[in-house]
Design a protein around this ligand. Sequence first.
Ligand code: TRP
Ligand code: ZN
Length: 867
Amino acid sequence: MYRTDIARPIRLTDYRAPDFHITDTRLDFDLHPTQTQVKATYSVERRGAEDAPLVLLGERLTLKTVRLDGADLTPADYQVTAETLTIKSVPDRFKLEIAVEINPQDNKTLEGLYMSSGRYCTQCEAEGFRKIVYFPDRPDVLSKYTVRMRAPKAGFPRLLSNGNLIETGEDGDAHYAVWEDPFPKPAYLFALVAGELDVLEDRFTTMSGRTVELKIFVDTGMSARAEYAMDALKRSMRWDEDAYGREYDLDLFMIVAVRDFNFGAMENKGLNIFNASLLLADPETATDLDYERIESVVAHEYFHNWSGNRVTCRDWFQLCLKEGLTVFRDQSFSGDQRGHAVQRIKDVKMLRARQFPEDAGPLAHPVRPASYLKIDNFYTATIYEKGAEIVGMLKTVVGPDVYRRALDHYFETNDGTAATLEDFLTSFEAVTGEDFAPWLKWYVQAGTPTLGIGVTYDAASKRLTLNLSQQTPPTPTQAHKSPVPIPVRLGLLTQDGAPLSFVHDGATVTDTLFLLTGERAQLIFEDVAEAPVVSALRGFSAPVKLRLDEPEAHRFARFRGDPDPFNRWEAAQSLAKALILDPQGSAADYAEALRATLSDATLDAAFKALMTALPTEMDLAQSLTPVDPAFIHARRKAFKTELAAALKTDAQALYDAVPAEVQFSPDAASAGRRALRNALLDLIVSVDPNTATTLAETHYRSATNMTDMIAGLNALSQIHGEPYQRALDHFYERYKFEPLVLDKWFAVQAACAHPETLERVRRLIAHPDFDRKVPNRWRSVAQAFAANNPAVFHDISGEGYAFIADEILSVDRFNPMTAARLIEAFGGFKRYAEPHAGLMKAVLERIVATDGLSKNVAELAGKALAG
Ligand code: TRP
Ligand code: ZN
C-alpha cells in the first residue's frame, strides 16, 4: 500500500538532465502468465557528474540478478526500494544486465505487461515501463531497442514488437521472434504483443515511393471489422504527407486491438495498441459516433509518429507538446474529411463540456502543470483540448503558410530529440522573426479567460467603437493572472442577419481578425451603415468565455443568418440556455427560428442535427449558480416539450422525408442524415407519450444499423415503462455475445434520467455480464451514470454520490489510473446548491479517509476537497 501522507510532488523546476544515457537496450522475454522472465542488457554512458550513482526505476519487480560488465553484483553493491534500484559506483561506460520476474496475469492495473483475453500486451505511457524492468523510465532517455520474445507456439502464434522483424525460430514447443527498432525512443513507446490474432493486411505507398506494410490485428474472426480503421489509416498517412509533408519512416505499421485498456489508444512506435472500442466497426455493431471516433483516433495515433515519437517530450510537464499538437492535427484531419463547420462545433462542444468545468473548478491546472503526484492524472481535457486550441490560435494568427513553415522548422530542428514547449514556440519565432514569448502564458496559466466586448455605435458618424477587455479568474494555486494573446475574429450583420460591410485599417470588409494582447484595446470601424449586430469570436477563434451585452434580437439575427456557421449555432445555443434557465422563458420565438433553419435547403443535415439538439443539462449547469440539478432537468424538459409541440408537424414531416438507407455507408453525408433524423426523433418523442411510444418502437424495430437502434433505445428510455424494457430485453438477447455492443446496453440504462435508474444501476453491477476489471464495461455503467445522467446522479438522497464513491474505491484497489478519472464527477461540488454540495463533500471526505488509497485517487480527491 502507498503511504500517501509522504508522497512528494514532482516539480517542473526540479528538472535535471539525466546522469546516464542508455544508448542500446536489449530485452529478452520468456513469456509466462505468472512468471515471465525479463532480461535486459543496457549499454550505459555517463553524461552527468562523475560521482553520480546510477538510479533505475522499477515497481512490483522480483529482482533476480544484476551484472555489471559481465560480473555478478551482490546485494551489497546496490540498493533496492519499492520504486528504485540504485548502484552506487559505476564506471563511465559499461554494460549492465538485469534479470527480473513479473506476473502479467495478476496485473490488473493494465500498465506494464499484462494479459487481455489470454494475450500478452503492454501499456508503458506514461510510467508503465518500470513495471516491466528496472530502467531510467523518463522520456528524455532515448534508446535503440532490440527485443527477443519467446512463448509457446500453441496459443501464441503471433509475437510482435516495435520496428522490424529480424529473426524467428523454434525452440521445442516454443518459438521466438526478434524485433529491432532502428529509431531511438523513450521507454514509454515500447510495446510487445503475443497471442492469437487475426490480421487484416494492406499496403501504402509513401510520397517518396516506399511501400509500407499495414497490419491490423484483431480477435479471431473479426478482421472484416477492421476495414474501416484500415481505410482511415491510409487516409491519415496520405493526409500527413499532404498537410504537413510528413512521411512514415518504417517498412511496417501495425495496430493491435485489445479489450482491456485504460484509455483510448497508444502510439507505440510501429505498433499502436488500441482499445477495441476505438477500432472495430461494422454497421450492425457500431454507431456513426463510433466510426467518427475510430477515424479520429486512428489518425491521432498515426500522427504521433511525428508529433510525439520522432519529436518526443523532454519531461511529462511537456505532455501537451505532443498531445495538444496531435489533437489539433487530428481535428484538422477530421474537418478535412467531414466538413470544418460541423467539426468545429463538435470540438468546441467537447471543450466546453469537459475542459471549461475543469478549468473553473478545484482540479484546474495549466496546460503545462507545475507539479504532480501521478502524471496519469494529467491526461486531461486541459492538456489535450485546451492544448489543441493554443496550436489552433497560433495557426489563426500567423496564417496557414507561415504555420506550415513553422511546423516544418519544428520537426526538422527537433527530430530525434526530447523537446519542450519553448522549442515549439521558437520555431514560430524562427520563421516570423517575431516574439512568441507572450504565448507561453497560455501554457502556464490556468483558468478560462473572459473576453468582454462593449459596443458603441454613433449613427451620425457611422462609427462603431468596440471596447475589448480580458480577465482570467484566479485558480487554486494562481491568484493573479496576466493577459494572454486572444485572436478575435469578428464580423458585422444587419438587424436582419445579412452581412454588413465596414472600413477597418483602410479596407472595406465584412469580417476581420484582431489580436488582443493586453488587458484592453479599442477597435474602431468606420462607414458602418446602420446599428450593427456584432458577430464576435467567429469560429470560436479563442478558448474564452465571451461577454457581450446585447438585445435578444441580436442573437436571433445571428441564429437566422450568421454566415459563420459556428456563430449561428452559438447564437441558438446561448438563446436556448437563457430561455431554459429563465423560469418564464418561452420556446415560441426559438421554435420559429429553428423552423427556418430546418427548412433552409443550403444547410447540410449534420449541421441541422446540431442546431436541433438543445444544450445538455451539463451545459446548463455551467451557466447557473448555485447549480440546482432538479430545476435544470425540469426546465429543460418543459422547454423541449414546448419546442416539440410548436414544431411537431414540421419535425414529423422532416423525419419522414429523410430517406431510409438502402445500403449503409459510414460517410459524413449519410451519417449527417441519420443524425438529423435521430435528433428529430429525440425532439418529437417529448410531445405526447402515446404517439411517442409508437414512433420510438417503430424506429427501434425497423433500424438496420446500430446508430438508429441506439437512437430508438434512447428515445424509448425517455418514455420509459414497458416498451423500454421490452426493447432492452430484445437488445440483450441479440447482442449478449458482442462485448462492445453490450457495453452500449449498459450505458443506455445507466444514463436514463428516470428516477428508477438509481435502483437499476445497482442491479446492473450485479449482472453476470458486469465486470469491473474491464474498464470499458465499468465505464459503461459508472462513467455513463456519473457524467451523463446529472438528474439521477445528483438525486437529493445522495445515493448516486455514494454509489459512485463505492465504485471508485472498488476499482482503486486494482486499477488506480482508471478509478481516479471518476473523481472529476465531484470536482465542482462547491458550485452546487445544498444539499448537493454538502453531500458531495462528505463523499469526498470518505474517499480521502480510506486506508490504502492510491496516489492517483489521493491526489485528485485531495485537490477536489481543498479547491
Ligand atoms: N498517448 C496516448 C494518446 O493520447 C494516451 C495514453 C496515455 C494512454 N497514457 C495512456 C493510453 C495509458 C492508454 C493507457 O494517444
Ligand atoms: Zn495522443
